[in-house]
Design a protein around this ligand. Sequence first.
Ligand SMILES: *Cc1c(COP(=O)(O)O)cnc(C)c1O
Length: 360
Amino acid sequence: MPFNLQKLLRPHIAGIKPYSSARDEYTGTEGVFLDANENAFGTPGASINNASASFHRYPDPYQQKLKHRISEIKQVAPEHIFLGNGSDEAIDLLIRAFCRPGVDNIVVLPPTYGMYEVSAAINAVALKKAALTPDYLIDPESLDAAIDQNSKLLFFCSPNNPSGNLLQPELIEHYLKTFEGVVVIDEAYIDFANTRSWTEKLQQYPNLLVMQTMSKAWGMAALRLGMAYASREIIAVLNKIKPPYNINALTQQQALKVLEHTKAQQEVVQHILANREQLANELQALDIVEKVYPSEANFLLVKMRNAATVFHHLIEEKVIVRDRTKVTLCEACLRITIGTEEENQQLVAKIKEYSSSVAE
Ligand SMILES: *Cc1c(COP(=O)(O)O)cnc(C)c1O
């Protein structure tokens, strides 16, 4: 069946007329602006010479400059880009646009990112789970069994959090061809992976939405900026239901500055990849470690004896990692973010300290 966005949308969303902000109606930068009840005298303490400290005007609701820059870097036209207050905003808006509470559902493949489930729960939308295989790959039988006629969104996280691996591209493509709702591919960790982005397939699949974020490889977690790439039609839906000024002016300004430094970003990514390999080797050499899972991300999933106790020991030593021992298929696993050389050394030293204390 051909993809029909209008049929997929919740009917009342199709009928909504979006809030029209003052800045929507006139987008020129020059003139006498008496349309938005702003403070014409500026921000207290901000002088003419320090325009970047002045926040008295509402920000651009569609973040045109920022999208233009992202478009250059990512090779995706601005009309195919939505920016959210973190990827988490895009996840929430997608669920609100497509899923009728109490009727529709979203499908996720655990173990995976926790926000899909939380966002579904907040919106009273059911969650269908199709567990990954023990190697953290898509199990088509369990996925086919989870999908029903009310499944509106299918979330693939690749590289997956917390397992760190890529999901099978040929299977993702199969679901792009056959799933009747929107296929979301969360590429939060794509910059650390040895693969191409699914954004290259946007023209081919009208039901594809790719999410990325500035929070990981770009080092801007505090700014809260996430990207969603999709067809013009899907982007128009997200734009229609988002809060008008969802990306604040500081974030837009600062992200534009940081996005000038593509070379420095690539160098940092290479540095993280080198540290990832080094840390994986060092952890693998420890007796207590049973398995370091291969990673295409900026973290390692590590299976070890007494994982929960190691976790608490590390906390006492002020080294904080993520305890995944209660997560499906991650029993006995900690998720460890790649740090600086010094941080990784501290981590390894504290684990060694623990394992020699129990050996005695
Ligand atoms: C960290 C992460 C994100 C990023 O979320 P933001 O809201 O953009 O910070 C998205 N998806 C996954 C799988 C992540 O691990």
